[in-house]
Design a binder for this molecule. Structure first.
Ligand code: ATP
Ligand code: MG
Length: 447
């Protein structure tokens, strides 16, 4: 290993070193890398460009974890990249990237980003957030534009060397997540970096460097400036990618939940172990468990749980005002979804399912005649039933109805008729109405 130091200006002074970590030290093997990304790099390098593997793939391999994907960074421009590959597509919102198809893989190839501060290609709004970001640069420039030091390691498959310009290799070895440059400036440029910091704590079990941690709570409300659709994507990565249960307490601790799920934030602020707390935590646990078993998960289930306390509160209010029970639920569902859309977008395909899961909570109560059979045929029966079990295990409603449905599903026709007879007359008492609860905190300005 050797280092050459130089300093450059970028708002604040950032120290750029150049550490070269050889294979005998880092130990990365090509058999662990994706064949497609190696081929993309080979083609770019043969055409005379610099090209490296970078980002989460290299980070995860160095941590001996299974990488999700490998990204390629190069000094070739998007149109130059495209011309080298038969199946390549330029995509990109804030910054153009190229998707190259290599056999079954799609490799994301990005041109090195630049850092020239005064360029008209790079614009920030009043709170410092970058709204336009189209400057190309050198590999060093590219490194300091990345978020955390551990995410700015470049692997050259030809020399087998890892290049480190920002001390990321040492930080990885020390289990430290550190923002590159001045944390406050970098969070202001892109508040999603605060979510990413917390996500990596939950996912990788690493710690935030003090200066990386300090501004987060202070700046958490900047997330309100991030588009609700981008937040939807980020929430999936935070809570639907296998580590939601570990990540959630950090979202609370740094008050990052407030800008995304204000009602859930209020519930957890109250800090009393309520059934609402337990419902959300159990939903996160279920999701992580299903993913660890290789099963599928739908975001609808988690959103149904996150917003359920708010739905219930409003549902009860509407019923008290004299509205019919299922109408009240439908109105409460619409209002809750509409209110929360302004924070984290919920695409239509999921909001329909969320409503169905909630609606099934009433359908599952009805156990006379042919009703159970038609409920069983409902395309979302499984999610609705799982949600009912979740409510029971959280202590929101008494245990019983869930077990009845568990038995009903596996029963033959005669047993089903017996099960129905056994609960005759109980129907409307199956789900006792909740007593009015003491409100956990100030009611958000919802309706
Ligand atoms: P994961 O394993 O979850 O995919 P990742 O670090 O690879 O984690 P990506 O979203 O795939 O995350 O991003 C790839 C790389 O792009 C990151 O490693 C980082 O270098 C850079 N990057 C991503 N998002 C940002 C951001 N908001 N600001 C600066 N750099 C970013
Ligand atoms: Mg990645």
């Amino acid at each position: 290993m050797f280092s050459v130091f130089r300093k450059i200006k970028q708002g604040t002074e950032i120290q750029i070193s150049r550490n070269v970590i050889s294979q005998e030290y880092h130990g990365l093997q090509h058999s662990d890398l994706s064949a497609g990304s190696l081929r993309v790099i080979e083609i770019l390098q043969k055409a005379g460009f610099q090209a490296y593997l970078v980002g989460g793939g290299i980070r995860d391999l160095l941590l001996e974890k299974h990488p999700k994907d490998f990204d390629v960074a190069t000094n070739a421009r998007p149109n130059e990249i495209q011309s080298l590959f038969r199946k390549a597509r330029i995509i990109g919102r804030r910054f153009q990237i190229v998707h190259v198809r290599m056999g079954p893989e799609i490799i994301e190839v990005t041109t090195f980003r630049g850092s020239s501060e005064n360029s008209h290609h790079r614009q920030a709004n009043e709170s410092g957030m970058l709204v336009r970001d189209n400057v190309f640069g050198s590999v060093e420039d590219d490194a300091i534009r990345r978020d955390f030091t551990m995410n700015a390691l470049y692997y050259d498959p030809t020399t087998h060397e890892v290049l480190d310009f920002v001390g990321g290799y040492d930080d990885l070895e020390d289990n430290i997540i550190r923002v590159i440059g001045d944390p406050e400036t970098r969070y202001r440029e892109d508040p999603v970096r605060m979510l990413r910091a917390v996500r990596f704590v939950g996912k990788l079990g690493m710690s935030l460097a003090d200066e990386t941690k300090e501004p987060i709570k202070r700046l958490a409300s900047l997330l309100r400036d991030v588009s609700s659709s981008r937040l939807f994507d980020e929430v999936l990565k935070l809570l639907q990618a296998g580590n939601g249960y570990n990540t959630f307490p950090h979202l609370l601790q740094f008050e990052l939940l407030r800008s995304m799920f204000p009602q859930a934030h209020t519930i957890f602020q109250a800090n009393n172990d309520s059934s609402d707390h337990r419902l959300i935590l159990k939903a996160l646990q279920n999701t992580d468990f299903r993913l660890s078993e290789g099963k599928t998960v739908t975001p609808a289930f988690l959103y149904a749980a996150m917003h359920w306390p708010q739905v219930q509160l409003r549902w009860l209010e509407l019923e008290r005002e004299g509205n019919e029970r299922s109408n009240s639920l439908a109105i409460a569902a619409s209002e809750t979804l509409e209110f929360n859309q302004q924070f984290v977008a919920i695409p239509k395909r999921f909001s329909t399912t969320i409503r169905e899961i909630w609606d099934l909570q009433i359908k599952l109560e009805k156990r006379h005649g042919r009703r159970p059979d038609s409920t069983l045929e409902h395309p979302r029966f499984r999610a609705g039933y799982d949600f009912l079990l979740l409510r029971e295990s959280a202590g929101e409603i008494p245990v019983g109805l869930g077990q009845w449905w568990t038995e009903y599903q596996i029963a033959d026709e005669t047993e089903r008729r017996e099960l129905i007879t056994s609960v005759q007359g109980e129907e409307h008492g199956a789900m006792p109405k909740r007593r009015p609860r003491k409100r956990a905190g100030p009611k958000p300005n919802v309706y």
